[in-house]
Design a protein around this ligand. Structure first.
Ligand SMILES: NC(=O)C1=CN([C@@H]2O[C@H](COP(=O)(O)OP(=O)(O)OC[C@H]3O[C@@H](n4cnc5c(N)ncnc54)[C@H](OP(=O)(O)O)[C@@H]3O)[C@@H](O)[C@H]2O)C=CC1
Ligand SMILES: CCCCCCCCCCCCCCCC(=O)OCC(=O)COP(=O)(O)O
Length: 309
């Protein structure tokens, strides 16, 4: 008896068929979940937020696009309306203008969103700023600004929308963190601190709200080709204004937005979206912390030397 033709090949094709069917069912469930869902995206005016807006719009979600600049939001709505490769049943997005570092405007925005749309299915806390500077030279006002934007703003918005999700026993909260929510690299203190706080807060939230059928997804990207480094704040509060090499060579925002869409659609609890070095760095930090600390100290000395020369 030929084992290959009677057992191995049928088994192989059978497994492939089951896998294909599983993926198809997964895709159909994801499509149904995102279609018609009310999705709030912060930081929709550029980079990853803008690409998420395009991806969720194409998936048929009802978008609430948030940002500080109403003109940029209007432009995005216009751009979405002309997108050609989307399905027929897309929706005109609603826009809300507020600054995440101003709690009062965040709370007003949440009220406006609930008043206008009645409920939120998916909140994507995406907006953020980065930081470049030495700890010794950085004023506390700069640390606070980064924490207000990356941590207190998103948690204020989350807390404001959470009661209505609990009441409906339905909702999904997404935090765009960073690899720097898991490891700290020198001269990024305020940013890394804000992302570690984000990771911790949303991990606690996930545990607390599972009993209400609310999902929490934390996405930790590595470098993405966006304006993040250009817009980073420095030790004296001024704009960094440099497109860092790592950022310029990172993944495209559109690629990462697809990962966000799939992670949300599949209700994943967390996703690391990074290249080999950042991914290895996360493992190294946890498995061989002393080696990781030595590498970081060497990196800090090298960067300092380069800056001083
Ligand atoms: N780029 C990267 O390498 C990585 C990015 N990330 C994270 O991805 C997220 C998106 O950043 P990215 O797209 O890269 O960067 P961008 O600078 O392109 O986008 C940042 C967005 O956040 C908004 N924003 C900044 N400050 C505030 C504020 N005070 N109130 C409201 N909105 C604000 C910006 O609005 P405005 O247009 O008004 O400035 C902009 O829409 C961030 O959380 C970032 O930390 C994570 C890992 C890597
Ligand atoms: C054999 C194992 C080798 C692993 C050693 C690696 C040590 C090198 C450290 C690498 C650090 C990577 C940091 C990645 C950080 C990252 O992806 O952050 C994403 C961001 O949020 C970008 O923000 P930024 O403003 O810092 O550009």
């Amino acid at each position: 008896m030929d084992l290959t033709s009677t057992v191995i090949i049928p088994l192989l094709f059978g497994s492939l068929g089951i896998f294909a069917l599983f993926r198809l069912l997964q895709w159909m469930r994801m499509r149904a979940y995102l279609q018609e869902a009310v999705v709030v995206i912060t930081g929709a005016t550029s980079g990853l937020g803008k690409e998420c807006a395009k991806a969720f719009h194409a998936a048929g979600s009802k978008l609430v696009l948030c940002g500080r600049d109403s003109e940029k939001l209007k432009d995005l709505v216009q751009q979405l309306s002309t997108m050609t490769n989307h399905r027929k049943n897309t929706h005109k997005p609603h826009t809300v203008v507020f600054d995440l570092s101003d709690t009062k405007t965040v709370l007003n925005a949440a009220e406006e969103i609930l008043k206008y749309l009645g409920h939120v299915d998916i909140l994507i806390n995406n907006a953020g700023i980065s930081f470049r500077g030495t700890i010794v030279d950085t004023g506390l006002d700069v640390d606070k600004k980064v924490m207000e934007t990356n941590y207190f703003g998103p948690i204020a918005l989350t807390k404001a929308l959470l009661p209505s999700m609990i009441k409906r026993r339905q909702g999904h909260i997404v935090a765009i963190s960073s690899v720097q929510g898991k490891i700290s690299i020198p001269f990024r203190s305020a940013y890394a601190a804000s992302k570690h706080a984000t990771q911790a807060f949303f991990d606690c939230l996930r545990a607390e709200v599972e009993q209400y059928d609310i999902d929490v997804t934390v996405i930790s990207p590595g470098y993405i080709q966006t304006n993040l480094s250009l817009n980073a704040v420095t030790a004296d509060g001024s704009r960094y204004g440099v497109m860092d090499k790592n950022t310029a060579e990172g993944q495209t925002a559109a690629e990462v937005a697809q990962v966000v869409l799939n992670a949300v659609g599949q209700k994943k609890k967390e996703v690391l979206v990074a290249g080999l070095t950042p991914s290895l760095a996360v493992y190294l930090r946890n498995i061989f912390p002393r080696l990781f600390f030595t590498l970081m100290a060497t990196r800090a000395k090298k960067e300092r030397k380069e800056k001083d020369s």
